[in-house]
Design a protein around this ligand. Structure first.
Ligand SMILES: Nc1nc2c(c(=O)[nH]1)N[C@H]1C(S)=C(S)[C@@H](COP(=O)(O)OP(=O)(O)OC[C@H]3O[C@@H](n4cnc5c(N)ncnc54)[C@H](O)[C@@H]3O)O[C@H]1N2
Ligand code: MOO
Length: 401
């Protein structure tokens, strides 16, 4: 089977991946979620002409010049407007957020007023018409579309939706990804290891990648290298109504690479298997009914690079989000040899030097080396058959953090 190019693999993986249906959540639980429908204002804000300052509501023509004396005829705190009308040479004591009384068309701030006692004040600075007044509907009017479908609910969006009088919001359901590790050699972190055993590490990074785009991760643990053991966890994933099943390891061509057989046995239709990329060549993708199945390679760096390139965009799209990889132009900090047919994702340290980004690849690129991946902040993307490149050559870097 020919190796599938990365761009084509991503396209096939994302094909038909529509945003999941909406669900209603309380505002307090909606932070970071994605709107499944626009938010329309259920009220007008402010609902009345309001004072923006503590001071005195007056007629602009009375306070056009200063000093001038006014009689205070009443009070308007926030939440309780003044009933009467402000007439010639009159003022109403007013506070921020209170309704502007009839007759008044400006607010003199209290810093520009001297209290003369006996209900008299002296305005010490001239104040123009409309000063310190928020007219009804300044922020928004009932029926206005305030937030578009697809908007991620950040702090400003949440407060706006609250102000528009929505106690709940219709948000896109969070996709569920079930994660299944495979391998007789694997034990969970904290285990006492036998001589031939290692720690199962991939699921933690893959779950974190999924959660970083708003998905839910269900870690189903480790299946031994037996078909029945893997099949049992696949059945659990289906029963949990996973949108995506991720298997870890067992995707290559060894005698114990059973994942493909088990998944097809459970009804998966294979879409592609084996990509023109490094790391990540044995990546497998298929569909089991509505469930997308991604077989990630077992090598830890391969499983995380593939999560970045394939799993995150898929889960983002199912969650109604727009996902863009952060790809930047940089200069090579070290020479690189010519590339073969696989698109290479080369672990590198990217730093800014004299205003330009410089990407320096690590000398060893073994896909088992997690420490190096954790030290890298970018992946230099080397196209298939890229020629040898000298220090300073422009390159593309996929930023990881
Ligand atoms: N003859 C060939 N051999 C291999 C090929 C190939 O094309 N021809 N591809 C290599 C590549 S590339 C990769 S990547 C690996 C991937 O193989 P599998 O997906 O079948 O993974 P395993 O064999 O199960 O494991 C590989 C390696 O990773 C460790 N591993 C597995 N799962 C985990 C986990 N959850 N946490 C931590 N480490 C894990 C496992 O112990 C192995 O060391 O195949 C190459 N071989
Ligand atoms: O995916 Mo493998 O990591 O290319 O070594």
């Amino acid at each position: 089977m020919a190796l599938v190019p990365v761009a084509e693999a991503l396209e096939r993986l994302l094909e038909g991946a529509l945003a999941l249906p909406g669900e209603s959540v309380a505002l307090a639980d909606a932070a970071g979620r994605v709107l499944a429908e626009p938010v329309v204002a259920l009220r007008t804000q402010p609902p009345f002409n309001a004072s923006a300052m503590d001071g005195y509501a007056a007629r602009a023509q009375d306070v056009a010049s200063a000093p001038v004396r006014l009689s205070v005829i009443g009070m308007a705190p926030a939440g309780r407007g003044f009933d009467g009308t402000v007439g010639k040479a009159q003022a109403v004591r007013i506070f921020t957020g209170a309704p502007l009384p009839e007759g008044a068309d400006t607010i003199v701030i209290q810093e520009n007023v001297r209290d003369l006692g006996g209900g008299q004040i002296e305005v010490t600075e001239p104040t123009a018409k409309e000063r310190n007044i928020r007219r009804r509907g300044l922020d928004f009017a009932q029926g206005d579309v305030l937030l578009e479908k697809g908007r991620v609910l950040d702090p400003a969006a949440l407060s706006l939706a609250a102000s528009a009088n929505h106690p709940t919001l219709n948000v896109v359901q969070r996709p569920l990804v079930a994660i299944i590790a495979t391998g007789d050699e694997l034990l969970p972190p904290g285990s006492a290891l036998g001589p031939d055993q290692i720690i199962s590490s991939n699921a933690y990074g893959v779950a974190a990648a999924a959660q970083s785009v708003g998905a839910r991760a269900l870690d189903l643990g480790i299946a031994a290298d037996r078909k029945e053991a893997i099949a049992a966890l696949v059945k659990k994933a289906v029963a949990a109504k996973a949108d995506v099943i991720v298997t870890l390891g067992g995707a290559s061509v060894g005698d114990h690479d059973l994942v493909h057989d088990v998944l097809t046995g459970e009804g998966m239709t294979l879409d592609f298997w084996k990509l023109a990329m490094r790391p990540g060549k044995p990546l497998m993708f298929g569909r089991l009914g509505d469930i997308r199945c991604i077989g990630l390679p077992g090598n830890p760096v391969a499983s995380l690079v593939c999560s970045q390139l394939f799993l995150k965009p898929l889960l983002a799209q199912l969650g109604g989000r727009v996902h863009r990889q952060d790809v930047r132009l940089a200069q090579l900090g070290a020479a690189m040899p010519a590339n073969d047919l696989r698109q290479d994702y080369v672990r590198a340290v990217v730093s800014e030097e004299a205003g330009a980004l410089v990407a320096t690849p690590f000398g060893i690129q073994d896909s088992s080396m997690l420490r190096m991946l954790a030290d890298a902040n970018g992946l230099i993307v080397r196209a298939p058959f890229a020629p040898a490149a000298a220090v300073g050559t422009e390159c593309r870097v996929l930023m990881l953090r």
